[in-house]
Design a protein around this ligand. Structure first.
Ligand SMILES: *[C@@H]1O[C@H](CO)[C@@H](O)[C@H](O)[C@H]1NC(C)=O
Ligand SMILES: *[C@@H]1O[C@H](CO)[C@@H](O)[C@H](O)[C@H]1NC(C)=O
Ligand SMILES: *[C@@H]1O[C@H](CO)[C@@H](O)[C@H](O)[C@H]1NC(C)=O
Ligand SMILES: *[C@@H]1O[C@H](CO)[C@@H](O)[C@H](O)[C@H]1NC(C)=O
Ligand SMILES: *[C@@H]1O[C@H](CO)[C@@H](O)[C@H](O)[C@H]1NC(C)=O
Ligand SMILES: *[C@@H]1O[C@H](CO)[C@@H](O)[C@H](O)[C@H]1NC(C)=O
Ligand SMILES: *[C@@H]1O[C@H](CO)[C@@H](O)[C@H](O)[C@H]1NC(C)=O
Ligand SMILES: *[C@@H]1O[C@H](CO)[C@@H](O)[C@H](O)[C@H]1NC(C)=O
Ligand SMILES: *[C@@H]1O[C@H](CO)[C@@H](O)[C@H](O)[C@H]1NC(C)=O
Length: 585
């Protein structure tokens, strides 16, 4: 992430250094030199972290001011984005930088998460403890009864500053926000934001209302719905606490009122301020730390009508997680706040000590799964971030997988979002021997509503009422390039059924037939990955469907291999896809 032109950069540096006092200028220069010299993991630790730590020791305010200048000097982002980002995230980074040594494991994690300069370090061994050993066998047998439906909505990212007519072509990552209609000097708009959305922007309220109203229009009668997080828009440099609170409150009210069915929500990484900000409880005793308790309080109140008083109390006191048995079923839904297991939650890097279970969320999950096992229930885990992605810490993914393996007979499915695409990840009892027999749990990743990474979409599952396994996963979408999308509003239609599209491929591959009661379980999805690895046509169909045909990237050669690897990696240390981008923004 060094600057692209070092000549230009030197000139710029010179002009900036002149206006700074000598003491700051030396450190400023060291930091700029550090950024220039940090090209890999060891140089991140040796030349970049030391001056940043020196700066952090001068206090949060000085850190924020200087880092904003560094960001502008290196042209890491627009001036507005630099100042907005560091005025929000600066104090988190400086708090962290004061807390770890530059040559330890936390430093490597920091250089991975913040600068993309390190790979994640090897997993720090930790054995999750369980109250009892796993009983053998499973007692959940399908009686072939008609399935019920469950709706899955994710990543709505509603931008309440979306302005129809504003430019969808801008230099920031999220557009459609500038009010241009009353500007004194008319600005040429190259891509005016339409009434129902734009592919460079987050969702207007009209789009989210259209989604929520679609169930009545197309006659979807789901037993309940799950929402896997990310309410808030992604102009992260301008989002503050009051915006997050009002966005959460508005969405809670809208989905409750318009969806008109039971809803089990989960928290996303954008549902706090600053973005991704969920400090550990221990650090939250420090008065300089902005706690995420306001998120838990807001959601506890906003969700109580949906999840009941006991679960609402858990949200407030168990860091945003809760568990509910859906009335009239034998299904326990455990909603986890995955943001304590997110590499971009920079609050996690403030000590050399490796903390296996921030805020006791693994303990909460084990407790809930043990209860489900003893009460003869099946369990679903819903959460925002899929456990196998490159931005899920290898440590916590490994510990999470230990829990999945222990309770695999109780857990009948997992559901997540975050990646914005329609995909899945498989867990295995033996990651070194990935077969249909060792595949034992599957995460269904729901597509996003926000149109930036594909056509706006949601998923609808058919669920076996005896086993609570998934019998079909159907994706519905509204085609944003269809001319009527902006004029008469989005038309939500069935895009494809996983069972109809992939069932025949899996059957052909194994020379067996999928009988109606056979679920789309981990074994099914594993065989499908074998199909994808050997049938290019089938893989390309999947690659198109990921973005609902809306943002299809070319994927051949090693991209296919890596995609298959990603599908087979519900444990992130096994994922071949690593995140390498500047992650602060
Ligand atoms: C932080 O910056 C202020 C001016 O903004 C300066 O007076 C102070 O000395 C700085 N603190 C340190 C520790 O350098
Ligand atoms: C890190 O560096 C400090 C000071 O240079 C040294 O005392 C310590 O042993 C080092 N730790 C590791 C893990 O290398
Ligand atoms: C446009 O008008 C609104 C309402 O009058 C005002 O709040 C806003 O600041 C104006 N925007 C610009 C860019 O002038
Ligand atoms: C977007 O804006 C830039 C500059 O403002 C312009 O050069 C470019 O052609 C525009 N792109 C589109 C697709 O209109
Ligand atoms: C891999 O798993 C299969 C199916 O469970 C088993 O038959 C085989 O022995 C395993 N191979 C190794 C090397 O563990
Ligand atoms: C998936 O379902 C098939 C067919 O019912 C069964 O043979 C297989 O063992 C199941 N796999 C898992 C992981 O439950
Ligand atoms: C399926 O049948 C075909 C043709 O009979 C055979 O070539 C193939 O090996 C079989 N595949 C499996 C997985 O049994
Ligand atoms: C490969 O996939 C395509 C598209 O789904 C399908 O039509 C074809 O039958 C598959 N080929 C084989 C050999 O299974
Ligand atoms: C969306 O609509 C456009 C324009 O009508 C069409 O070209 C495109 O194929 C459609 N996309 C999908 C995925 O149906």
């Amino acid at each position: 992430m060094g600057p692209s032109s070092s000549k230009f950069f030197s000139l710029l540096l010179l002009s900036i250094v002149i206006v700074l006092d000598t003491c700051r200028a030396d450190l400023f220069t060291d930091i700029i030199t550090g950024f220039e010299g940090a090209t890999d993991c060891s140089s991140c630790q040796s030349v970049l972290l030391p001056p940043l730590q020196t700066l952090a020791n001068q206090g949060d305010a000085n850190f924020t001011v200087t880092m904003t200048e560094v960001c502008e000097a290196l042209q890491l982002a627009d001036v507005e984005v630099c100042s907005g980002t560091f005025s929000r995230t600066g104090l988190i980074l400086s708090h962290g930088l004061r807390g770890f040594s530059p040559n330890g494991t936390t430093a490597v994690k920091f250089c991975n998460a913040v600068f993309g300069l390190c790979q994640q370090p090897p997993v720090t061994p930790f054995h999750v403890s369980f109250p009892k050993p796993a009983p053998s066998g499973t007692k959940f047998i399908s009686r072939g009864r008609p399935p019920f439906q469950v709706l899955h909505i994710s990543d709505v990212h509603i931008d309440r500053f979306y302005t129809v007519g504003a430019d969808g072509n801008c230099s920031e990552s999220i557009c459609c926000r500038d009010p241009v209609s009353n500007m004194s000097v008319p600005v040429a708009v190259s891509d005016p934001a339409g009434p129902f959305g734009n592919t460079n922007c987050d969702s207007p309220v009209s789009l989210s209302r259209s989604l929520l109203g679609a169930m009545n229009v197309i006659g979807i009668d789901a037993k309940f719905s799950i929402f896997t997080g990310d309410v808030v828009e992604r102009a992260t440099w301008s989002v503050d606490r009051s915006e997050v609170m009002s966005d959460l409150v508005d969405w809670n009210e809208e989905m409750t009122k318009l969806l008109d069915m039971p809803i089990y929500p989960a928290l996303g990484n954008h549902d706090s301020a600053p973005v991704n900000s969920f400090p550990r409880k221990i650090s939250a005793t420090n008065p300089n730390i902005t706690s995420a308790q306001f998120v838990f309080d807001t959601q506890s109140a906003g969700w109580e009508g949906l999840i009941g008083q006991v679960a609402a109390n858990q949200v407030e006191h168990d860091s945003g997680s809760y568990s509910v048995v859906h009335p009239g079923t034998n299904l326990r839904i455990i909603s986890m706040n995955t943001q304590y297991w997110y590499i971009q939650n920079y609050w996690l890097y403030d000590t050399d000590e490796q903390i296996p279970d921030p805020n006791g969320l693994f303990a909460f999950l084990v407790y809930q799964l043990q209860e489900a096992e003893e009460e003869g229930q099946r369990a679903w885990i819903i959460g925002h971030i899929p456990s196998g992605k490159a931005d899920f810490p290898h440590d916590q993914s490994n510990y999470y997988d230990q829990i999945i393996q222990r309770y695999k007979n109780t857990i009948s499915a997992q559901f997540a979002g975050h990646s914005h695409v329609d995909e899945f990840q498989i867990a295995y009892s033996d990651y070194n021997n990935q077969t249909a027999k060792t595949a034992d749990s599957v995460i269904f990743v729901g597509p996003a509503l926000t149109p930036q990474s594909g056509n706006p979409a949601f998923k609808l599952y058919d669920i076996d009422p005896d086993t609570y396994e998934v019998l079909d996963a159907k994706v519905f979408m509204a085609n944003i390039t269809d001319p009527t999308f902006q004029t008469s509003g989005p038309t939500w239609e069935l895009y494809y059924s996983a069972r109809d599209s992939y069932g025949p491929l899996v059957s052909a591959f194994t020379n067996t037939t999928l009988s109606p009661a056979d679920p789309l379980n981990a074994s099914f999805w594993h065989v499908l990955t074998e199909v994808f690895a050997s049938n290019g046509t089938a893989f390309q169909e999947w690659n198109t469907r990921k973005s609902r045909g809306g943002s299809v990237g070319s994927c051949t050669g090693s991209c296919v291999t890596n995609s298959v690897c990603d599908m087979r990696a519900a444990r992130s240390e096994n994922n071949c896809v690593s995140s390498h981008f500047l992650c602060v923004f």
